[in-house]
Design a protein around this ligand. Structure first.
Ligand code: ADP
Length: 196
């Protein structure tokens, strides 16, 4: 059984996944998988260098993400090419890693779970839910960014109400971390019961 865990920037996904991990539940991070498939020396990175030229690589042989972002921003066809290369690889890797986790269930952590239709891989989904004001406040405390930068990222993500409508479970994370923990504990019991 696979549980998808999502939420906008600063909603508390990492905090929530730490709680699942403390309960012995394996968590796979979609962003980490997406980085790993284009790691130095990977077949996907070679294909990208062949397509875009070797200056898409840093002198150390890593992917120059900023440059690639620029290239696909100005060329929709290149974006489609890149997505059709990477999306199946990322999915395959995510599923392989999820399968390696112990029963009774595993968690797929993905900020863009709904945007990228990754909920199709999940039996149930959990939205960590806070108002935008809380996202702005927690991210500016966590990272060296200003509220406008956070707002731009929030605006680029699916709206809160659309995510609420699509999630199986919404966990309000405006309270303390202890509140979040007990809400996850209750969900954990539900998932354990459902998977047995
Ligand atoms: P995400 O992974 O969704 O971007 P994080 O889990 O990193 O979000 O949470 C954003 C910030 O808010 C972190 O500094 C985290 O410690 C803090 N945080 C998360 N949940 C709570 C909470 N319930 N109360 C107070 N701070 C919280």
């Amino acid at each position: 059984m696979i549980v998808g865990l999502t939420g906008g920037i600063g909603s508390g996904k990492s905090a929530a996944s730490r709680v699942f991990e403390s309960l012995g539940i394996g968590c796979v991070d979609a962003d980490v998988v997406a980085r790993d498939v284009v790691a130095k020396g990977s077949p996907a990175l070679s294909a990208i260098a062949e397509k875009f030229g070797s200056d898409i690589l840093t002198p150390e042989g890593q992917l120059n993400r900023g440059l690639l972002r620029e290239r696909i921003f100005t060329s929709p066809a290149d974006r489609v090419w890149l997505e059709s290369l990477l999306h199946p690889l990322i999915r395959e890797q995510m599923l392989a890693q999820l399968k390696q986790q112990l029963p009774p269930y595993s968690v797929l952590v993905a900020p863009l779970l709904f945007e990228n239709n990754l909920d199709a891989l999940c039996d149930e989904t959990v939205l960590i839910d806070v108002p935008e004001s809380v996202q702005r406040q927690r991210v500016t405390q966590r990272d060296r960014v200003d509220e406008n930068q956070v707002q731009r990222i929030i605006d680029s993500q699916m709206s809160r109400s659309d995510k609420q409508a699509r999630a199986t479970h919404c966990l309000d994370n405006t309270g303390t971390l202890a509140h979040l923990e007990s809400a996850i504990l209750a969900l954990h019991s539900h998932f354990v019961a459902k998977s047995s």
